[in-house]
Write a protein that binds this ligand. Structure first.
Ligand code: 4AD
Ligand code: MG
Length: 430
């Protein structure tokens, strides 16, 4: 492997001789001077290549180079207030590793073209910064759970029965038997609770929802957690602590990145607990006041979430949902059995739902009843039912859509930019 410096480090060492490897971001050349702005994974740097200061091969190489060519340069780092980032490399040697064909993405492009050329567009400064923020978010989520003494587990992607609506599952031919891509790992996490007590996983979930919205992906990264003896209250507290933790770390540790992305990091740092709570009934009332009429038992959809959260600056829980409109596994509130012990967490500024969570039915008979009520086949859930026969305990858990969280934290217009290669109803390439 060749040894190179990174632009970030070169900027800390004016006067040093460095070898940088990267890609051509911009170029202009006149007479005997070429100015190349190059980029690597750590930033951008201007190179000054002068005909009378480099050998003939280097001069030919810089003359031949094009936007997005891959290059290697040797030179001396100089502080220069005229250069785009305040530094410049006085080049001694310049070579092309590969001369790029004319780059198909220029300044003004349609969204569709940028999506078709996603494999090239991800190297843009904006996408690069988003990918870095995404990587940091994954690290912070994992750190939060490690610090909270949860075990990371790895449930299967291929399943037979789902936990959410069956209509939204992608089916696959599994050696002649119909199987599905997972839409949630919850039921498997519940199975791992008796061995590990507190578990989480971070992996893709798949939803065949025919929704064309700014917050639906067909493949998204789902963080799910499940914990023994957690009541719904403990579950909500865990979610608040997790969200506040990742916001705080992002705001303090990724300041430069957030500034480049135009994110209000002060606001992100102010996402402190506790979060506001709204009952389902209050949410309907609030919607009514804002001109959206809903009947009792109507779901609260993407447009309604926008109306509800537009005026908030911190996430809000919607809790006390009617049991009838929630999933079969949610436990009824023993003191008010019309309602489920559950909550959805809504991100502010119109972003909407990022988490769904609940306390689970842990009584055997109650679960059998619930499966019947929901028209689900007990046989498909034989192993899930078994969990209520051998050492059942009260427990709760939740699922977080990681791209939805990132969309809110970075204030992105569309969820597709929170993931490098989005899969949506009308897009499975590149
Ligand atoms: O609300 P959902 O459907 O809940 C569950 O799957 C539970 N089994 C989770 C659990 O309790 N373990 O999905 C959870 C979260 C949503 O709040 C949302 O953030 C995200 O997953 N999500 C999606 N994200 C992107 N695109 C989609 N199509 C999504 N569907 C759900
Ligand atoms: Mg939900």
């Amino acid at each position: 492997m060749l040894q190179f410096s990174h632009i970030e480090d070169a900027k800390k060492n004016p006067g040093a001789e460095v070898r940088l490897a990267g890609w051509v971001y911009r170029k202009r050349q006149s007479g005997g001077v070429a100015f190349v702005v190059m980029r690597d994974s750590t930033g951008i740097m201007q190179l000054a290549v002068k005909k009378d200061r480099v050998d003939a091969d280097s001069w030919k190489a810089v003359t031949d180079t094009t936007i997005e060519s891959s290059i290697v340069v040797d030179g001396v780092v100089k502080q220069d207030s005229r250069a785009p980032t305040g530094f410049e490399i006085d080049a001694r040697k310049f070579s092309n590793t590969h001369v790029a064909e004319p780059f198909p993405i220029t300044e003004y492009q349609s969204t569709e073209l940028l999506l078709d050329k996603r494999h090239l567009w991800i190297r843009s400064q904006r996408m690069t910064n988003i990918l870095k923020a995404r990587s940091a978010l994954f690290a912070y989520l994992r750190a939060f759970f490690a610090e909270s003494r949860f075990w990371e587990v790895t449930p299967p992607v291929i399943t037979i029965a789902g936990g959410e609506s069956g209509a939204d599952m992608f089916d696959i031919d599994f050696f002649g038997r119909k199987a599905y891509l997972t839409q949630s790992s919850q039921l498997y996490l519940e199975a791992m609770v008796p061995s590990l007590e507190k578990v989480y996983d971070l992996m893709p979930s798949f939803r065949a929802e025919k929704s064309r919205t700014v917050k639906h992906l067909a493949e998204y990264w789902h963080l799910e957690a499940e914990a023994a003896y957690y009541a719904n209250e403990d579950n909500m507290k865990l979610q608040e602590d997790m969200v506040a933790y990742v916001c705080r770390r992002m705001a303090t540790e990724q300041a430069a990145l957030l500034d480049e992305l135009g994110v209000d990091r002060k606001a992100l740092g102010n996402v402190t607990t506790p979060f506001k709570r709204l009952t389902y009934a209050d949410a309907l009332k609030k919607l009514d006041e804002r001109g959206v009429h809903k009947e009792w038992l109507d779901d609260i959809g993407a447009d309604d979430e926008k109306v509800l959260t537009e005026t908030e600056d911190k996430p809000v829980f919607i809790h006390k949902w009617p049991l009838k409109i929630k999933a079969f596994y949610m436990r009824a509130d023993p003191s008010d059995p019309e309602f489920a012990l559950c909550a959805d967490l809504q991100a502010p500024h119109g972003h909407g739902e990022i988490i769904g969570g609940s306390e689970r039915v842990y009584d055997y008979k109650e679960l059998i009843e619930r499966l019947k009520t929901y028209g689900l086949n007990e046989k498909d859930y034989y192993w899930y039912v078994d969990l209520r026969r051998y050492g059942s305990v009260p427990h709760s858990g939740f699922g977080l859509g990681v791209e939805r969280l990132l969309k809110w934290m970075l204030n992105l217009d569309h969820i597709r930019d929170a993931i490098p290669f989005p899969r949506m109803i009308n897009r499975v390439e590149p």
